[in-house]
Write a protein that binds this ligand. Structure first.
Ligand SMILES: CC(C)(COP(=O)(O)OP(=O)(O)OC[C@H]1O[C@@H](n2cnc3c(N)ncnc32)[C@H](O)[C@@H]1OP(=O)(O)O)[C@@H](O)C(=O)NCCC(=O)NCCS
Length: 176
């Protein structure tokens, strides 16, 4: 097994694999276009013969926070260390980038506890909540555990703590 940064030629395989885990909400939907646009955030694992095994992405919000997203290994190849390789590689990338905290939302916290992630309050990971949760159909009944490693972002320091008021139903109130 070897690990490397993804290239555009990997986008189809990444999309297919992620897509096969979105039907039950295991992974968030990522369109092919979105994967191409963000291909530099993906890392892949492959066999020595360059057969695609799995992928994961590191989304950097800023020096205060990064997020592990879309981590998945092909079912036939799971259990052989590819998932661990991906987590370790992304943690290394986050460290190299000088990120103080790495977070993720998951339904399998025990897998990530192996890498010393600990449970965190969702609301403390504001960037993630604003990026994904506000648009999620399960936002009021989230069954995912928020986890983090490192120094949780102080709420008052986060660059994106400017109050956001999502427009209700997309309507803007007229000021008369
Ligand atoms: C989670 C996933 C990425 C792990 O990949 P993997 O290649 O099987 O992981 P590894 O082989 O490195 O496993 C390392 C250890 O974690 C354990 N593990 C694997 N999957 C696990 C899971 N779903 N829950 C808890 N522990 C798990 C393994 O048993 C192994 O333990 P061992 O070292 O004692 O044998 C893979 O199972 C997967 O793609 N799952 C479906 C997608 C998914 O749920 N992604 C996470 C979204 S947050």
């Amino acid at each position: 097994m070897q690990i490397r940064k993804a290239e555009l030629s990997d986008a189809r395989a990444i999309h297919r694999l992620i897509d096969s885990f979105t039907y039950d909400g295991t992974l968030l939907h990522r369109s092919y276009l979105e994967i191409c646009e963000n291909i530099h955030t993906f890392t892949i694992v492959e066999t020595e013969a360059k057969q695609f095994i799995g992928c994961a992405a590191l989304h950097v919000y800023g020096s205060h926070l990064a997020e592990i997203r879309s981590i998945v290994v092909r079912p036939g190849t799971a259990g052989h260390g590819a998932g661990s390789l991906l987590v370790q590689s992304l943690l290394h990338q986050a460290e190299q980038a000088g990120t103080k905290c790495v977070c993720l939302f998951t339904r399998i916290p025990s897998f990530f506890e192996r890498f010393h992630f600990h449970v965190a309050e969702h609301r403390l990971l504001r960037d993630k909540v604003w990026k994904d949760c506000l648009h999620c159909s399960r936002r009021n009944a989230c069954d995912e555990t928020a986890m983090a490693i490192g120094e949780l972002p102080p709420l008052h320091d986060s660059p994106s703590t400017t109050p956001i008021h999502p427009q209700q139903g997309g309507l803007v109130q007229l000021q008369l």
